[in-house]
Design a protein around this ligand. Structure first.
Ligand code: A2P
Length: 341
């Protein structure tokens, strides 16, 4: 059986990778609609050698669609996901709009594909930073997850194609002697902007009343939902770095019992789509450029906390636009198809 697909946000950084991932993973696509805002209508993109015109999205765009992949921001998802479901489509939504809704599964297929069984038309793709953390933590569940302290090093592509362009422009201006160019980071339309080129900003997304950023609270709330551990303690710091593609995370996990790095490595090596790169003698550890353009999650620098045998430290990396977004969304679509057959 073949499926009629739509991609909403097809011209964006994630949307383009949804197309390339559908191609790379040989999903049974009968037909694909490329949707975006009226700004992009008429633009042409290729899918499996076929030239396809981008259309401006309307509710009726979803009339003949089986599976719709959404990555056009939360506002567009709120507007169009219910319309798509009404017309019989199943929506895999990359935005934050529905992630914490009780009747919307929030899925990392390697971790909780079973949650798909309860879907009512919308499935949420988790936040990019959360997904790669889940792949790593899931492999260590049997030791009893108690407390996760995480600091992220997040690529600018997480803010969309315009942020990639903006960082490149900042770098060019910097090299031409203009170090003042700052219009986009850390958050578009915020009152204050700071340089992103050759800088590090401890703010991803907006601040909430509790002093944490929205990105940090996503790490807390989404991790608890996906792992089905409502009381898991998570202490997050989310940081933007001048990297184009690939998020990195420094993680300290406290377990219910002592765990050695060798025990952890053994479990991690067996985990699906998790690659252990951990050999200091050979200078082997993960970094974003290594993960770029791949669908796997990489872990290394696995070591015991010097002060606490129940705590392990490690470094996790994945391509934020692929495993962190498009690849995970396509994996969800594949899991839906597998369940329907
Ligand atoms: P467009 O290119 O026409 O603006 P990115 O995350 O890289 O910024 O991409 C966002 C994607 O979501 C783009 O494809 C963009 O289309 C699309 N998009 C944003 N807002 C809307 C909207 N309100 N309706 C439809 N598509 C939208």
């Amino acid at each position: 059986e073949r499926y009629r697909f739509a991609v909403l946000g097809a011209t964006g950084a994630v949307g383009r990778r949804m197309l390339s991932t559908l191609e790379r993973r040989h999903v049974p696509v009968e037909d694909i609609k490329l949707l975006a805002s009226p700004r992009s209508a008429g633009q042409r993109l290729t899918f499996r050698g076929q030239d396809i015109e981008v259309e401006a999205v309307t509710p009726d765009s979803f009339a003949d669609v089986d599976i719709a992949l959404f990555s056009a921001g939360a506002a567009a998802s709120e507007q169009y996901a219910p319309e798509a479901v009404k017309r019989g489509a199943t929506v895999v939504d990359n935005s934050s709009a529905f992630r914490m809704h009780e009747d919307v599964p929030l899925v990392v297929p390697e971790v909780n594909a079973h949650a798909l069984d309860a879907h009512k038309g919308i499935i949420a793709n988790p936040n990019c930073s959360t997904i790669q953390l889940m792949v790593a933590l899931h492999s260590l569940r049997e030791f009893g997850l108690d407390h996760v302290v995480i600091s992220t090093y997040q690529a600018v592509s997480g803010m969309g194609q315009s942020a990639i362009d903006a960082l490149m422009e900042e770098v060019d201006a910097f090299r031409a002697g203009d170090t003042s160019k700052q219009t986009v980071f850390p958050v578009v339309k915020q009152d204050a902007h700071y340089p992103m080129a050759f800088n590090v900003l401890p703010q991803c997304d907006i601040f909430l009343d509790n002093g944490y950023t929205k990105e940090e609270m996503k790490l807390v709330n989404e991790s608890r939902k996906i792992l089905e551990l409502p009381n898991l303690r998570v202490s997050p710091t989310a940081v933007r770095v001048p990297v184009l593609y690939g998020h990195a995370e420094s993680v300290a996990v406290r377990f219910a019992q002592p765990v050695t790095p060798e025990e952890a490595r053994e479990r991690m090596r067996k985990a699906e789509n998790l690659i252990v790169v951990d050999d200091p003698g050979q200078y082997a550890y993960p970094h974003p450029r290594m993960a770029e353009d791949t669908g796997e999650t990489y872990v290394g620098r696995i070591r015991q906390d010097l002060a606490d045998p129940n705590t392990l430290l490690f470094f996790v990396v994945a391509d934020n636009l692929l495993k962190g977004a498009a690849w995970n969304a396509v994996q969800i679509a594949e899991a839906l198809i597998a369940r329907a057959n």
